[in-house]
Design a binder for this molecule. Structure first.
Ligand SMILES: Nc1ncnc2c1ncn2[C@@H]1O[C@H](COP(=O)(O)OP(=O)(O)O)[C@@H](O)[C@H]1O
Ligand SMILES: [Mg+2]
Length: 265
């Protein structure tokens, strides 16, 4: 690994999180995750994906043996600084305020680093353009559709250029075109900004096509980690999702998951 990558590699070891008597994450070790890549976080409902992302950002009652980004010990950071570096975008965004999209991006910037207003405007517009939603700039948040709100939420996290982006199902209410657009954009951003992007996705075809690495959670532990092709296998899908599936290479060279049957328990 070169020096630039190791200076930003995320190390998370021995992650445990419990809610009452429910042990949601149980002494889980992630592999070292270098920057400039998109990591797909996969797993069945309730397997602990959201809890893992929140734990990394310091937003869940988790314990770690180690959590660092390059030489920076994240456990020694004040809560706010850690949440800034490891930025979590929730699955459902808070109820929209009566602000325009541009105002909401300026707020996202101002509450953090207070750059000059002109520079903040410029950066906000650039992020909206890169997401293909510049036309939404003057609209009010509370007048947007679910998918548009999700894109604006993504813009709010991107505008501030965090080191690590933790995106919880950002594709959930996006149409087919935007799902591909956003995944392609995230890959480019990760490389351009030397950023690590961990993204919860349910669509395994999206993970096969756009992710550099995949992590498969099952019952609070890591069932598999590695290249998407090595992780998304019939054996792992049978174990984690209880489906009989094939992975087929289709025209264009992309792989696609084909479910033949459910495994009866
Ligand atoms: N704040 C909480 N209090 C109690 N239980 C929780 C809380 N957050 C998550 N859980 C439980 O932890 C488990 C994992 O949840 P979650 O991480 O949201 O799963 P996923 O995102 O993989 O669907 C679920 O059983 C869920 O009910
Ligand atoms: Mg979740």
């Amino acid at each position: 690994m070169d020096a630039l990558a190791s200076a930003r590699t995320l190390i998370a070891k021995g992650v445990s999180c419990r809610f009452g008597s429910l042990q949601v994450l149980d002494d889980l070790d992630l592999p070292p995750l270098p920057p400039a890549q998109v990591v797909a976080l996969l797993g069945p409902n309730g397997s602990g994906k959201s809890t893992l992302l929140k734990s990394l950002a310091g937003m869940a009652p988790a314990r770690f043996h180690a959590l660092s980004l390059g030489h920076r010990d994240m456990l020694a950071q004040p809560e706010r600084a850690r949440a800034d570096i490891l930025r979590y975008l929730p699955q459902s965004l808070p109820e929209a305020l009566h602000l325009t999209v541009t105002e909401s991006l300026l707020v996202a910037l101002n509450v953090r680093r207070r750059p000059g207003k002109a520079q903040a405007m410029e950066r906000s517009i650039a992020v909206l353009e890169s997401l293909g939603i510049a036309a939404l700039a003057p609209k009010y948040l509370d007048a947007l559709s679910g998918g548009q709100k999700q894109l604006v939420g993504l813009a709010q996290t991107l505008v501030d250029q965090p080191d690590v982006l933790l995106l919880d199902e950002p594709l959930a209410s996006l149409d087919l075109n935007y799902q591909h657009h956003v995944m392609g954009l995230l890959g480019r951003l990760a490389r351009e900004r030397n950023m690590l992007i961990i993204i919860v996705v349910h669509d395994l075809d999206m993970a096969l096509r756009y992710a550099d690495t995949a992590l498969l959670l099952y019952q609070g532990g890591l069932l598999a980690a590695g290249s998407p092709k090595a992780v998304i296998t019939p054996e792992h899908l049978a174990h984690a999702f209880k489906v009989q599936a094939r992975i087929q290479v289709v025209r264009g060279g992309h792989a696609t998951v084909f479910v033949d049957d459910l495994i009866q328990l």
